[in-house]
Design a protein around this ligand. Sequence first.
Ligand code: IPM
Ligand code: MN
Length: 360
Amino acid sequence: MQKKIAVLAGDGIGPEVTKQALKVLRAIERAFDHEFTYEEGLVGAAAIDETGNPFPKETEKLCLKADAILFGAIGHPKYDNDPNAKVRPEQGLLAMRKKLGLYSNVRPIKSYPAISEISPLKANIIEGVDFVVFRELTSGIYFGEPRGRNESGDVAFDTCIYSKEEIRRISKLAFEAAMKRKKKVTLVDKANVLATSRLWRETVREYSQDFPEVKLDYMYIDNAAMKLIQNPSVFDVVLTENMFGDILTDAASVITGSLGMLPSASMGEKVALFEPIHGSYPEVAGQLRANPIGAILSAAMMLNYAFDMVEESNAIKAAVQQVLDDGEVTEDINHDNPLSTKEVGDKIATLVYASNSVNA
Ligand code: IPM
Ligand code: MN
């Protein structure tokens, strides 16, 4: 099969982890006789340096004509330390989500027995954890208007706003996913306080009538944060709004033991985007110390979700499982005897090819 992939490596460790994901995709091409083409685009601080815009028009065009987007990371410390910076790399990420209509962010959270000792949670708590968060990504307090300051500048405000339609379209994806899993959706909100949360409850309850087999339950965000640490196995499909999903998924990432392990998919109206959930981690950028598995598993999600290549996607997951079992991993998982970013990428690519090349 032929597919066109837009590659936006971005900032910090983005380029080095993305490079490993591309290496693994090339192994998939050879083993399964596919032909992927890769076209690179600028995004984030790198794009500001060259064009003044963190999500240039060129990049937007490139994304829109691709079959899928592989994204690295965005963010640079020179902007974090400058509260007056007019453009920030993160604006590129938000603009990209909005312009590409990527309203649903899918973040799977899984515990891996082979690395359970690096989780700060006890092994019996994380055993068997396997859930997926559907986070709304293009509305809510991240985008609501009005936002800003009053005239004197000493009062600031943001607006959280949701429409039924925005809630319905992500509910559809969450309920469809639930049908393929344990048929359970947990809506996380703050309906005891917020009007938007009450609209979420009402809309999702209505929507759930179309899925009588799916059990819908509700949980306040504060309680969900507690459950995530105390008993994360209660979750299967979690559905939530933008900001709650942002916070909850960072907290959930701790279960696996390393943020570097986790992939994500963002989908919606047009082309879908796949990225590790970690940030640009500038402290180690360029040193080949970062874990490439989040980026590599994002490529696996791309194969599955965007190209319907289930076997190929599973081949990558199996190779990842293998390097975890063998302890052939980066320093975030194996302190004493770590491999480099590149070595982990090489191992996974070799395993993918070796165990599937009969298909070619
Ligand atoms: C994420 C990030 C972004 C967000 C930031 C960088 C704007 O934290 O993708 O979760 O808050 O959505
Ligand atoms: Mn976040």
